[in-house]
Design a protein around this ligand. Structure first.
Ligand code: NAP
Length: 338
């Protein structure tokens, strides 16, 4: 029997890491991941598949922990998904952002080059790198102009990936997915879409105890209201399980490249709110208030992706569109927060 392909995922317990793991296990891969050790040993999104994967405890800030895992597991494919992934939160820890999201990625590239030079690497780049672009929609040629510490750190990692790819002495296969926002029931509660779907569920179910907390430690529904930042912010929102397929496809190519992954549709936060409350037959205007403290000090967007290259080269297209995505998230949270 042919040897199974081996994939190593940093950030394996996150939204994308967990969906990617399930996808690769289905394809017959052996999967291992790097995960930070937490005091309560919670596995979150990967608890149901723990027996099917290998876990290495480590941190992107510790090149030694990355090296030990790579020496032991010897992957064919590496997906670098670990990062401090909240753009708003990154203003509160600017140094942490560059150390984990920027320099941490470089540690992965460099250890991979030393230990498994033939391995193909995927780097999780982001549409946030475009900042507040004047070119709409954005594609692989749109200039990068990050507007938050998270995006600046991602730009550093993105540039280092391209430099490593072009190295004439020892070129490395590092593909960069410039992914636009993608959401799911596994999205963290500090992201606006999940905050909305969870709040709708708590309100509809009349849940007043053990209401989940937002990024500043307050219940997401307080005195019957959900508090949000800029309702006019515009994003291109897709469904995470669609997007992880694109990551895998990028590593099945002969040549490493950059790809914009997006739905090609733009919506405001207001539209998301309206749609989510409509799923349960409520009028959002009765339950939503705004507070400027949820608006980042430097604004990003409008972000709208042009996924034409991904369609042409990878034959990839977003299957789940906006309304369906909102429905999936609200229905999942209705069951979760009952
Ligand atoms: P996520 O759910 O926040 O997952 C991030 C993962 O990184 C978590 O498992 C987290 O572990 C881990 N991590 C954080 N700091 C780490 C460190 N120092 N060492 C090791 N692991 C660390 O993010 P996601 O939505 O799955 O996104 C995956 C990647 O794609 C991220 O790099 C993100 O920035 C990027 N991206 C996401 C989107 C999107 O819309 N979702 C769009 C573009 C790009 P802990 O549980 O220990 O914190």
């Amino acid at each position: 029997m042919a040897n199974k392909k081996r994939a190593f995922i940093t950030g394996i317990s996150g939204q994308d890491g967990s969906y990617l793991t399930e996808f690769l296990l289905d394809k017959g891969y052996e999967v291992a991941g790097l995960m930070r050790r937490n005091a309560v040993s919670e596995l979150g999104n990967i608890s149901k598949i723990r027996e099917e994967i290998k876990l290495y405890y480590g941190d992107l800030q510790s090149p030694e922990s990355i090296a030990l895992a790579l020496y032991d597991f010897k992957p064919d494919e590496i997906y670098n998904l670990a990062s401090m992934s909240s753009p708003l939160g990154s203003f509160m820890d600017r140094v942490g952002s560059i150390m984990i999201t920027g320099v941490g990625a470089l540690h992965v590239f460099d250890r991979a080059k030393q230990i498994v030079p033939e391995a193909k690497v995927y780097q999780a780049s982001t549409s946030e790198m475009f900042g507040a672009p004047t070119q709409i929609p954005q594609n692989e040629q749109t200039p990068l102009a990050p507007a938050n510490p998270y995006a600046a750190a991602k730009e550093y990692a993105h540039r280092m990936a391209i430099i490593s790819r072009k190295d004439s002495k020892q070129p490395q296969f590092i593909a960069c997915g410039i992914l636009f926002n993608h959401e799911s029931p596994r999205r963290g509660l500090n992201f606006v879409t999940r905050k909305i779907s969870a709040a709708v569920a708590c309100i509809k179910n009349g849940k007043t105890h053990e209401v989940p907390l937002n990024e500043i430690g307050d219940p997401i529904v307080k005195n019957g209201k959900l508090t949000l930042g800029d309702l006019d912010a515009k994003r291109d929102w897709g469904y995470a399980p669609d997007y992880i397929k694109a990551m895998w496809l990028m590593l099945q190519q002969e040549r490493a490249d950059d790809f914009v992954i997006a739905t090609g549709e733009i919506h405001t936060v207001r539209e998301f709110v309206e749609e989510a409350f409509a799923v349960v037959g409520l009028n959002w205007k009765d339950y939503v208030q705004t507070n400027a403290s949820f608006i980042p000090p430097v604004q990003t967007g409008p972000l709208l992706g042009d996924p034409a290259k991904a369609k042409k080269v990878l034959n990839w297209e977003a299957e789940t569109k906006f309304k369906e995505l909102v429905k999936i998230m609200v229905h999942s949270d209705l069951a979760k927060f009952s």
